[in-house]
Design a binder for this molecule. Structure first.
Ligand code: SAM
Length: 290
């Protein structure tokens, strides 16, 4: 019998009392659906042995569900007008820490020392602002913070691209950048009607679990990512065409020789290459690194 912040009537009351105006530039779409919030929380598999980082708590709709299950929740919210609202809506929880900051600029490593038990595994659970989903995700994944899992809402189209398999339309550099570190799976899709205000796109919950080590071992990580990005610059062009553009027309013979040694066809397209094949490609082309 918990009084839910996400209840439509309660949400409207909170917004009205605080004279809150939605800010488009912050990607504010608040969740108002008990079933979806329950499903997100279940997908995150929380317990009193897990700390949670939430990005963008809004008025606390999702936060409240997380606080009921997790050891502690630390939330980063950029919009300072939401801070007094959150202090009111979540006042009864003593396992909540709120930071008024842009998640892309704040030193998360420093903040997580403030968890009562900083040694517990940390999961990221969030309904992300859609205008910067990818920068936030890459920032968190590549940060030194040892998040074990991400359960995050995003535009469905972006979730599909992240979880995509080779030789599909959605597969590309984003799939590889994430899957190199994480196992990624679309958990379920979410209709636009469960948000206030409703976004213009459908959404999905993506669950990403960190691998014990990267999916493949490569000789030079930077070169691997650069080569992979170069291969996808013009999706419709062949591998050799994209590689020539990246390394120089004068390198064609050398590239062809290295591809032959790695047993990779120069005329395929990047989207046909699996992540282990990209690793083989980058390792083979390493002599071309400047
Ligand atoms: N969690 C709430 C919910 O589900 O109802 C709100 C989700 S809303 C899609 C995104 C939230 O992220 C907003 O509260 C917004 O102000 C916040 N936000 C946007 N950009 C941010 C940033 N760079 N750092 C931290 N929070 C941000």
């Amino acid at each position: 019998n918990i009084d839910r912040i996400s209840n439509v009537i309660r949400t409207q009351d909170i917004l009205r009392r605080h004279n809150f105006n939605f800010k488009k530039k912050f990607g504010q779409n608040f969740l108002t659906d008990h079933n979806i919030l329950t499903k997100i929380t279940e997908t995150a598999e929380l317990s009193e042995q897990v700390n949670v980082i939430e990005i963008g708590p809004g008025i606390g709709s999702l936060t409240q569900y997380l606080l009921e299950e997790a050891a502690e929740v630390m939330a980063f919210e950029i919009d300072k007008s939401l801070i007094p609202i959150l202090k009111e809506t979540l006042a009864s929880y003593d396992n909540f820490q709120l930071v008024n900051a842009d998640v892309l600029k704040v030193d998360i490593q420093e903040h997580i020392k403030n968890f009562k038990n900083p040694d517990l595994p940390i999961k990221v659970v969030a309904n992300l602002p859609y205008y910067i989903t990818t920068p936030i995700l890459m920032h968190l994944i590549e940060s030194k913070v040892p998040f074990t899992e991400f359960v995050v809402m995003m535009q469905k189209e972006v979730a599909d691209r992240i979880a995509a398999r080779p030789s599909t339309k959605a597969y590309g550099s984003l799939s590889i950048a994430v899957q190199y570190y994480m196992e990624a799976k679309v958990a379920f899709t979410v209709p636009r009607t469960v948000f206030v205000p409703a976004p213009n796109v459908d959404s999905a919950i993506l669950k990403m679990t960190r691998r014990a080590q990267p999916l493949v071992a490569v000789k030079d990580e930077d070169f691997f990512f650069n080569t992979m990005h170069s291969a996808f610059v013009h999706r419709r062009k062949t591998l050799i065409n994209n590689l020539q553009s990246a390394f120089g027309k004068d390198k064609k013979t050398q590239i062809l020789e290295l591809l032959a040694q790695a047993d990779i066809s120069p005329t395929i397209r990047a989207e046909a290459l699996s992540i282990p094949e990209f690793a083989r490609l980058a390792d083979a082309l390493l002599p071309l690194k400047e």
